[in-house]
Design a protein around this ligand. Structure first.
Ligand code: NI
Length: 157
């Protein structure tokens, strides 16, 4: 396993739409293991593959000590609402309020390609929404209360 470099806003590679995973092979296992190590080394709650420069639909998360791996995740149900602070390993020292659903159900594959579903609330729901947005090139600052000001101030290379 190895730690990987995390891309930082305004790197354009964070804005790509990531591709679906079709090969469940050693390269994917290595990526997932490296992402896990990178997330924990940076004390993150979640990490999406495009954040380490790999534009495929892969996410790792740790919510309350529970580790999750999602390949090709999709939100298939959401309900309720919550507003709370978020940050991002690709954004740096900035936390801001974002509105998210309170409960989400995710459909995904595991590293072997097996399909499964999981439902969670609160931090789980928030983290899923944040990480899945990365797969579509969306950052929390695109949606947060003062994100526009942050983008205007830091968005130039
Ligand atoms: Ni993030």
């Amino acid at each position: 396993m190895a730690k990987r470099k995390i891309l930082r806003f305004p790197d354009e590679r964070l804005r790509r739409v990531s591709k679906k995973v079709t090969e469940f092979d050693d390269e994917l296992f290595e990526l997932l293991d490296d992402m896990r190590e990178t997330m924990y080394a940076n004390e993150g709650m979640g990490l999406a593959a495009p954040q380490v420069g790999v534009p495929i639909r892969v996410v790792v998360m740790d919510v309350n000590g529970n580790f999750f791996e999602f390949v090709n995740p999709e939100i298939i149900h959401q309900e309720g609402e919550q507003i709370d602070d978020e940050g991002c390993l690709s954004v740096g020292q900035f936390n801001d309020k974002v509105k998210r659903p309170y409960i989400v159900t995710v459909k995904a594959q595991d590293r072997l390609g097996n399909h499964y579903q999981i439902t969670g609330e609160k931090y789980f729901a928030r983290c899923v929404c944040h990480e899945l947005d990365h797969l579509d090139g969306i950052l929390f600052i695109d949606k947060s209360e003062h994100g526009k000001e942050y983008i205007e101030k830091h968005g130039k290379k």
